[in-house]
Design a protein around this ligand. Structure first.
Ligand SMILES: C[S@@+](CC[C@H](N)C(=O)[O-])C[C@H]1O[C@@H](n2cnc3c(N)ncnc32)[C@H](O)[C@@H]1O
Length: 297
């Protein structure tokens, strides 16, 4: 079958069952199976697709039509310019989470050997993106899920970006002792969807992505309480906590951070203008760069 005909049929079949951005999904799938860029798919639209390749595309379309995310079907996604392996062991990294990476990079600019802790690392996306831009940084990442850590370690090895991945529960101070102390920045995209809101999520999320990566239980501030407590223990005086937030609860997270003694608390919006990230300083004392100089001397 000609590529052009297969592409047209595939897009129509996904549109028929209400899949959004059907063209993007189909081109991602075709590109992955045929090892072509999107431009090549358009330019070489008259090439013949082998029946073996057509079968793989068709089975991917069936999976997509039943709601499975395209990233799990092809097995990879892009985050901060890195190609990451993804599957249902961890959340699919979202573009808005790149804002956290930008912020961590801004905060660690000019900090030699910066130490960054990523809590709830999932696929390892934040930790690996930071390591890719701060090669001399010491990046530690933890998660409560052994499955997610296995995926993160695979990504670390494939990208040749050394990060220390550890099993730890942010809600248990003792468990977090293993990750160490003296971090310049603690960054986290924790689970933040209250259980009562889970049922309203699109089925491609709730039926395919790991619920423990999303579910904050009854209290939407649950993980922020733990993060703030752990930041006070593991981050240097003057270091920062950078956390992604649910847009409805961002200001409550900011109030909580101030109440628990963090300073310079800032709530930032994403490109759509929605509150998306809280940044706060741990303690009031020295600045970040000074803490690193102290460590080196
Ligand atoms: C929203 S996902 C974020 C994953 C990844 N950082 C990202 O941005 O795509 C939250 C992650 O926190 C982990 N997690 C849940 N509870 C945790 C806990 N008590 N301690 C540490 N990690 C936890 C989940 O396993 C999941 O990988």
């Amino acid at each position: 079958m000609q590529l052009r005909a297969l592409r047209k049929e595939a897009i129509e079949s996904l549109k028929d069952v209400g899949v959004e951005a059907a063209g993007v999904c189909v081109d991602w799938l075709l590109g992955d199976v045929l090892k072509m860029t999107r431009t090549e798919i358009i330019v070489h639209s008259t090439v013949e697709v082998t029946s073996a390749a057509e079968d793989i595309v068709r089975s991917g379309l069936v999976r997509r039509a039943t709601g499975e995310p395209i990233q799990y079907i092809v097995g990879w996604t892009e985050f901060y310019g890195l190609r990451l392996e993804v599957d249902n062991r961890a959340l699919i990294p979202r573009p808005e989470t790149e804002l956290l990476v930008d912020e961590v990079l801004r905060l660690t600019e000019g900090v030699p050997g910066c130490r960054v802790l990523d809590v709830g690392t999932g696929s390892g996306c934040i930790a690996l993106a930071v390591k890719s831009q701060r090669p001399d940084g010491q990046i530690v990442a933890c998660d409560i899920s052994e499955d997610a850590l296995a995926l993160a370690r695979t990504n670390s090895a494939q990208l040749d970006l050394p990060v220390t991945f550890l099993l730890a529960d942010v809600e248990k101070g003792q468990s977090m002792a293993a990750v160490g102390y003296g971090f310049d920045v603690m960054v986290s995209n924790p689970p933040y969807i209250p259980t009562r809101e889970l049922a309203a999520l699109p089925k491609e999320i709730i039926q395919h992505e790991p619920v423990e990566a999303l579910d904050a239980g009854l209290d939407p501030l649950r993980y922020y309480r733990a993060l703030i407590d752990r930041a006070s223990e593991t981050v240097v005086n003057g270091g920062r906590l950078v956390a992604e937030v649910h847009s409805d609860y961002g200001s409550q997270v900011a109030v909580l951070a101030r109440r628990k003694g963090l300073s310079d608390v800032r709530l930032s919006a994403d490109l759509a203008g929605l509150p998306r990230m809280v940044v706060a300083t741990v303690g009031h004392g020295r600045d970040l760069s000074r803490s690193s100089v102290d460590r080196e001397s």
